[in-house]
Design a protein around this ligand. Structure first.
Ligand code: PEP
Length: 256
């Protein structure tokens, strides 16, 4: 399926072993929607356990280091994620850019390291409310695309294989219950698509641009039907099967 939508749950720093029951329920539920690619990114301590519990969905990390190993206390490498069976990693989430001062250059290096380890990569970009209110949203996101996405041969190969995705997540819409207007999402996804085409050429058509920011079972259908939206990165509403599966259902054509 050329345009299989990608619905990714980011558990952030939430969940304990008890939450594996939700992952199992999400995995079982996802089996009903074979035309949707579903994945979860739990916190690191749960990743290996969750991997053992699921058969259908993808499993990924929420961050990785730029190095494969070494003296980096508290960090986790992309190679380690791959070793415990992760399929992908999220890099450049705005919470990491904010909490850990991550720059575009660092995010780009993380994405490169992840590709070297054979992981798929979701690179997050998005403007703050102040940047949107002052008319800078597209310029800010364009600069993040230019600075955060890898641009080496491995990146071009990954783009062609659909292993390199972008999540457009307006910072003001994350965890706030405030979802971006569909028209604004369409405009931004078109701008991102043009930027990707300039860098990756024809391979850009294989890259999925996800929307993220307060996606839930009520607003998912409208967002996912919008031109250029090829999936969603979901935070709060990915923590339970009851909240997450309606989003997966909204992404499905209903033809399994
Ligand atoms: C996110 O964490 O990437 C996110 C979009 O969170 P939420 O869905 O809770 O806004």
């Amino acid at each position: 399926m050329a345009h299989r939508p990608y619905i990714v749950g980011n558990w952030k720093m939430n969940g304990s072993r008890a939450a594996l029951a939700e992952a199992r329920a999400i995995d079982r539920g996802a089996q009903r929607y074979k035309d949707v690619s579903v994945a979860l990114a739990p916190p690191f301590p749960l990743l290996g356990l969750l991997r053992e519990e699921v058969t259908t969905i993808g499993v990924g990390g929420q961050d990785c280091h730029t190095a494969a190993k070494g003296a980096h206390t508290g960090d986790v490498s992309a190679a380690m994620l791959a070793d415990i069976g992760a399929d992908f990693v999220i890099v450049g989430h705005s919470e990491r850019r904010r909490d850990h001062g991550e720059t575009d250059a660092l995010v780009q290096a993380k994405a490169q390291a992840a590709l070297v380890s054979g992981l798929g990569v979701i690179v997050c970009v998005g403007e703050t409310l102040a940047e949107r209110d002052t008319g800078q949203a597209e310029a800010v996101v364009a600069a993040q695309i230019d600075g955060s996405l890898p641009d080496d041969a491995a990146a071009h190969d990954a783009a062609l294989l659909g292993r390199l995705s972008v999540a457009y997540e307006p910072v003001w819409a994350i965890g706030t219950g405030r979802v971006a207007a569909v028209d604004d999402v369409v405009a931004m996804h078109a701008a991102i698509g043009a930027r990707l085409a300039a860098r990756f050429g024809d391979a850009a058509a294989k890259m999925r641009i996800l929307y993220g920011g307060s996606v839930n079972g009520d607003n998912a259908a409208a967002l996912l039907a919008a031109p250029g939206v090829r999936g969603a990165l979901v935070g709060g509403a990915s923590l339970t099967a009851d909240a997450f599966l309606p989003i997966v259902a909204a992404a499905s054509s209903g033809e399994g």
